[in-house]
Design a protein around this ligand. Structure first.
Ligand code: MG
Length: 380
């Protein structure tokens, strides 16, 4: 079997684009993957198309060799665009290999060590009451055992720090009271802080509520600063959604900066790289909660991976059984009582709704950027 084409497909659905990747072969089989939608999504699609010439004529079952060809062949360590393109291709190759061998991808990744995949969903809201209402209704609707929320108020850039901490405490008290003790609360301040001392103060306010983890209490560039925060707090620290490849996670783990790593299969280097990162983490007694904010194809790849990881804790999940995300695929994975059911179909067990995808092409988008009272740029 030989690769005949590697094709990007940009589709607008929900709040963002989805950058799907199709690897085609001369055997008539094809594989489906997804690259992370980072913003300049046409750039990611262009890199996928650029790599097509490198791969035509190769055996698609040689996944490790193809990963090396793309990563080392680019010479420069990839940034988010290059690594996302590589990831989308890698995921498509695993899907293709599963179909070629008539087994689910988890069988190719070593076989499963769990039967179903625990998920959490993220609640949002204009204010604390809205957010808590959404968290309660999500938990009830999905039978969830965990939800995620931003502990910081939206107007964090506008408020004094003492006011912020008081609002955080009120939000946490209400969340815990309404959700009860059996729904775990993961917290994501969304890399909104730059000062380690403030991150420590925030974690101290969160500690009495026993969060499942506190994600990105600092921006990701300075791993040593995060290690200093972790050494001073008693809540589990999670991070990794903005890091790529085993080498970045190696540095993170060696700095003892993290309790829960959050690789994203659509940007970290695909399933090939995510499996290795999980092994590095396992050896350090660090657990894995894959980052997965995109949609049903990313969810399928992440769930297949999670099935094989001894240190897996919980998978991020965006509700996809209604609305535009539902329309992207023929059938999303089923959620039953807070867990994803693993299909036994070959490959990833997910197929695009091609007609819908072709009818909803790329739309330019960007993240909103907060401006502080003095006119300077806030973090997002
Ligand atoms: Mg996050």
């Amino acid at each position: 079997m030989k690769i005949t084409a590697v094709e990007p497909l940009l589709v607008q659905a929900g709040r963002r684009n989805h950058c799907f990747v199709r690897v085609r072969t001369d055997a008539g089989l094809s594989g489906l993957g997804e690259a992370y939608s980072v913003g300049p999504d046409r750039a990611t699609a262009e890199v996928v198309a650029y790599y097509s010439d490198w791969l035509v004529g190769l055996d698609p079952l040689d996944i490790e060799g193809i990963w090396q060809r793309l990563y080392i062949g680019a010479r420069f360590p990839g940034g988010v665009v290059g690594n996302s393109a590589l990831s989308g291709i890698d995921i498509a190759l695993w899907d293709l290999k599963g179909k070629a061998q008539n087994v689910p991808v988890y069988q190719l990744l070593g076989g499963k060590c769990r039967e179903r995949i625990r998920i959490y969903q993220a609640a949002h809201g204009a204010d604390t009451n809205d957010l808590v209402d959404m968290a309660v209704s999500m938990a009830k609707k999905g039978g969830l055992t965990a939800i995620k929320a931003n502990p910081l108020p939206d107007e964090v850039e506008q408020l004094g720090w003492t006011a912020v901490l008081h609002q955080v405490d009120r939000r946490m008290a209400l969340l815990r009271h309404r959700l009860g003790d059996n729904v775990e609360i993961a917290l994501d301040p969304h890399a909104k802080l730059l000062e380690p001392s403030k991150a420590v103060e925030l974690c101290d306010v969160l500690e009495p509520y026993h969060p499942l983890f506190v994600e990105e209490p600092l921006r990701p560039e300075n791993i040593q600063a995060l290690a200093e925060v972790r050494a001073k707090v008693r809540v589990p620290i999670a991070t990794g959604e903005m890091l790529f490849t085993k080498w970045a996670f190696r540095d993170l783990l060696h700095a003892r900066a993290v309790d829960v790593v959050q690789p994203d299969v659509c940007s970290v280097g695909g399933l090939t790289e995510a499996k290795k990162i999980a092994a590095l983490a396992e050896a350090e007694y660090v657990t894995v909660a894959p980052h997965n904010p995109l949609g049903p194809v990313s969810t399928a790849a992440s769930a297949q991976l999670a099935a094989t990881l001894p240190g897996f804790v919980v998978l991020e999940h965006v509700p996809d059984n209604e609305g535009p995300l539902r329309d992207l695929v023929v059938a999303p994975y089923r959620v039953v009582d807070g867990y994803l059911e693993l299909p036994d179909a070959p490959g990833l067990g997910i197929e695009l709704n091609e007609e819908y995808c072709r009818a909803h092409p790329y739309v330019a988008w960007r993240r909103g950027q907060p401006i502080k009272p003095d006119g300077s740029v806030g973090l997002l």
